[in-house]
Design a protein around this ligand. Sequence first.
Ligand SMILES: C[S@@+](CC[C@H](N)C(=O)[O-])C[C@H]1O[C@@H](n2cnc3c(N)ncnc32)[C@H](O)[C@@H]1O
Length: 250
Amino acid sequence: MTRSPEDHGARFDEKAASYDDDQESPEYRRAMELVIASAAPGPEETVLDVGTGTGAIALALAGRAKQVLGRDVSKGMLDRAREKAAAEGIENAEFREGRFREPNVTEPVDVVVSNFAMHHLADEEKREAMSVIAGSGPRRFVLGDVMFFGEPDPEEPFFSPEVDDPATVGTLADALTDAGFSLTGVERVHDQVGVLVADRAERAERSDTESEAGTDAVADPAGIDGETTAGTASEGPIVPDEGGTASHEE
Ligand SMILES: C[S@@+](CC[C@H](N)C(=O)[O-])C[C@H]1O[C@@H](n2cnc3c(N)ncnc32)[C@H](O)[C@@H]1O
C-alpha cells in the first residue's frame, strides 16, 4: 500500500536526524556507488536528484557537475542535506521541496538520479513520474531502488509492505521505455535491489560530447569490475532484449 507524499514527508522528518547513521546495509551502499558512478555527469551538466533525502547522492555528484538540484518531500531530510552541504563547503547543490510528479524544477536537466525513493509510489504513479521527469529533457535517468528480479523472498523482505510498493524490473523497464528512454544497463545488487540506467536516444550525440564518461560508465557502472562488495550479488550488466524486457548478458 502506498501513502501520500505528505505522509512520507512526515515519516522521514522523524527519521532525518539518524537517517545517515542507519544506512549500513551493503546493498544500500552498493546501489549508491552504482548510481553515483553511472550518473557520470559532465562538468557543465545539471543533475536532478529526486527523493534526495539527506543528499547522499546529490552531494557526491556536486563536485563533478555544474549544479545539482536535490528535491524531496521531507523538510527534515532537506534541512540535513543543506547542513551537510554547508559543512562540506559545497555551493552548487540546491535543496528544495519537490515531488516525483512535481519536481519543482524550471531549468533543463541533463541527468536524473534517484536512489531508494521511487518505491514509495504505486506503479502507475511511477509511470507518471517518469513521464514528468522525461519532460525536463535529461539524457540519462539512473534509478537505484528496491525492485524485484524474481519472486521476493518473504523471509528476507527489503521493504515494508505497509509503506512501500516496489515494482518488478520489467515494470520499471517498460515505464522508462514508454517515457522515451532506452534501457542501457541493469545491475542486480540483490534479488530485491537493483540499479537501472536509461538513456534517451535522441540526445545520445549530445551526451557523447558533454559527458566525460560517456557510455563507458554503463558497461562498468561503478568502474570497479572484478571488485566484490561484502554481502552483495552484482552479476554484471544486463541488457534489454528486443522486446524491451531485461535479460542477462552472459
Ligand atoms: C529512503 S530515503 C532515500 C534518500 C536518498 N535518496 C538516499 O539514497 O539516501 C527516501 C526519500 O524519498 C522521499 N520521498 C518519498 N516520497 C517522495 C515523493 N513523492 N517525492 C519526492 N520525495 C519523496 C522521502 O522523504 C525520503 O527522503
